[in-house]
Design a protein around this ligand. Structure first.
Ligand code: NDP
Ligand code: A1CAB
Length: 265
């Protein structure tokens, strides 16, 4: 059987993408094969998504038109060896943080490599993915890759030099936002709200604010000014955030993540 999509490494990012692509019916379970070294993880994939599974990377790659590599950067040396000589007709997509196209093309030469940086909201089709092209990727393959990731969120095509910055902001971003949500919920509980109510308020406030900024093309400064009544509650809260250095902390978080991505490469 020929599988259309082969996923090498069925961890968190591999799961998020497969879940999103299945939900959007881009693939059926029968058109996907996941390669994973651990039998219990293969069983999870078969039970949860009904996809094909393999414990052998070359077998999965040989059966696929698209090979999506979703192992950790530190695990790629072995996977690169596994993929050498496999399926020259396939398109290869890496989601590895930091790992450059030059590294990918050296490890598995003569293949069209796409370097992608998605984030986990692809699972609910609200992802943000940036794509950069290796030297052997044709124009139709580029268009196809854009369509694939567009099915699970927004897509931008960028020069490869931007990808570590994209990783630091959007790839890691769900982690930062989750921390903000958690802190807002705890703040609500601190002032006496039930946790379930605080959770609903925090989530919808973050979602609604992002939608407002996006749909009305407001700058963050404009939105902030609209919320800040003179002598009111928002200015009191914002003064606290500025005194605690939250703005600088977030900027440094992106910078630290960027520097880490550089070292992974
Ligand atoms: N998580 C995220 O939000 C994002 C992650 N990424 C990138 O995606 C990649 C995967 O990250 P993530 O899913 O979080 O990590 P995970 O550790 O959850 O997933 C990697 C998976 O690959 C498996 N694996 C290890 N060695 C091999 C091998 N030789 N062959 C096949 N599979 C193997 C691991 O198995 P085992 O569990 O046994 O180690 C694990 O299940 C990384 O390169 C990361 O930079 C990119 C964007 C966002
Ligand atoms: O933390 C990481 O390294 C990966 C890359 C982006 C999000 N998770």
């Amino acid at each position: 059987m020929t599988y259309r999509l082969g996923v090498i490494g069925g961890g968190r990012m591999g799961s998020a993408l497969v879940a999103g692509l299945l939900a959007e019916k881009i693939y059926t379970p029968a058109e996907i094969i996941i390669s994973h070294p651990r039998p219990e993880r293969r069983q999870f994939w078969a039970d949860t998504y009904g996809v094909g599974v393999s414990g052998d990377n070359p077998t999965a790659a040989a059966a696929s038109q698209v090979v999506l590599v979703a192992v950790k950067p530190q695990q790629f040396a072995q996977v690169g060896l596994d993929l050498q000589g496999s399926n020259p007709g396939a398109v290869y997509i890496s989601v590895l943080a930091g790992t450059t196209l030059a590294t990918l093309e050296t490890a598995v030469p003569g293949r069209p490599w796409v370097r992608a940086m998605p984030n986990t909201p692809v699972q609910v089709r609200s992802g943000m993915t940036a794509l950069a092209w290796g030297g052997q990727v044709s124009e139709p393959q580029q268009q196809w890759a854009v369509q694939l990731f567009k099915a699970v969120g927004q897509v931008v095509c960028v020069p490869e030099t931007y990808l570590n910055g994209v990783t630091a902001l959007a790839g890691s971003g769900p982690g930062y936002v989750a921390l903000l949500v958690e802190a807002l919920i705890d703040g609500g509980v601190l002032v006496g709200l039930p946790r379930a109510l605080a959770t609903q308020l925090a989530l919808q406030t973050i979602l609604g604010t992002a939608q407002l900024l996006q749909q009305q093309s407001l700058s963050p400064a404009e939105l902030k000014a609209q919320v800040m009544s003179p002598g009111g509650t928002t200015s009191a809260g914002l003064l606290c955030l500025e005194r605690q250095g939250v703005r600088g902390a977030l900027m440094q978080a992106v910078q630290s993540a960027y520097q880490r991505a550089q070292t992974l490469g």
